[in-house]
Design a protein around this ligand. Structure first.
Ligand SMILES: N[C@@H](CCC(=O)N[C@@H](CS)C(=O)NCC(=O)O)C(=O)O
Length: 242
């Protein structure tokens, strides 16, 4: 894995030793890129090529037992000792606590952030992921799952739109909840126009103008592949317990 995972210093800024960011340019990867860029923490990008099976390397599984990116390894974790974190929501919360930014300490404000963060990791992400799968990756054209998941994404975008009619950001102030949702709205926007969700469209445009968001989306540009091959498909789909 070490050979495959090229380490690069993505951004030199404040902080102690760089956080290792186990990454691939996907919506779940972008979320953490946005938080790292927003906070200015020092980090190294460690590409995990999920199309080639890097996510099954034993060294990576020690950090991320679910064989999924993103994950981080912070050499300066609690007590000054290294700590690794997997699951994007847990990573965002950890980085929010570590920096004291985008994750308020006030209990009511924190509850609002967590509501929308968990709403993303338990709802918008999985549903939009399944919609993507059946629209773009399934070899069979299956109308029922396509409709089921795109309907659910549509419903969820409507929930966001209603919320964003009352507040400028999901939890009031810009937070890790917005960062988590942004890349999945971006992904859904490939097949779902946002015109019918004006509050959501305005939020999406506002976030897209943030320099940190733009830097995060540009990360790993050279890693992206034009199209999925049959070999990639064999690795990514049909996984069962090992
Ligand atoms: N619940 C996880 C989901 C992470 C996830 O699904 N990551 C995908 C890329 S977006 C992945 O690593 N896929 C590799 C695979 O399917 O083997 C999180 O929020 O971190």
């Amino acid at each position: 894995m070490a050979a495959k995972m090229r380490k690069r210093t993505a951004r030199k800024a404040k902080g102690l030793r760089p956080i290792q960011f186990f990454y691939w340019p996907t919506p779940n990867g972008h979320k953490i890129g946005i938080m790292l860029e927003e906070t200015g923490l020092r980090y190294e990008l460690v590409p995990v090529d999920i199309n080639k099976g890097d996510q099954f390397a034993p060294a990576f599984l020690k950090i991320s037992p679910n064989n999924r990116i993103p994950a981080i390894l912070d050499p300066d974790g609690p007590g000054g000792r290294p700590v690794s974190v997997f699951e994007s929501g847990a990573i965002l919360q950890y980085l929010g606590r570590k920096t004291g930014r985008f994750y308020p300490e006030d209990e009511r404000a924190r509850i609002a952030v967590e509501e929308w963060l968990f709403w993303q990791v338990g709802g918008l992400g999985p549903m939009a992921g399944q919609a993507n799968h059946f629209l773009s990756y399934s070899v069979e054209d299956l109308p029922y799952p396509k409709k089921r998941y795109t309907d659910e994404v549509h419903r969820l975008l409507g929930v966001m739109n209603t919320r964003l009619g009352k507040v400028t950001h999901l939890a009031g102030a810009y937070s890790i909840a917005d960062m988590a949702c942004y890349s999945w709205v971006r992904s859904a926007n490939r097949y779902q126009k946002l015109d019918e969700f004006p509050n959501l469209a305005a939020w999406f445009e506002r976030l897209g103008k943030r320099p940190a968001v733009q830097r995060a989306l540009a990360l790993g540009k050279d890693l992206r592949k034009p199209a999925m091959t049959e070999a990639d498909r064999q690795i990514l789909f049909g996984q069962r317990a090992r």
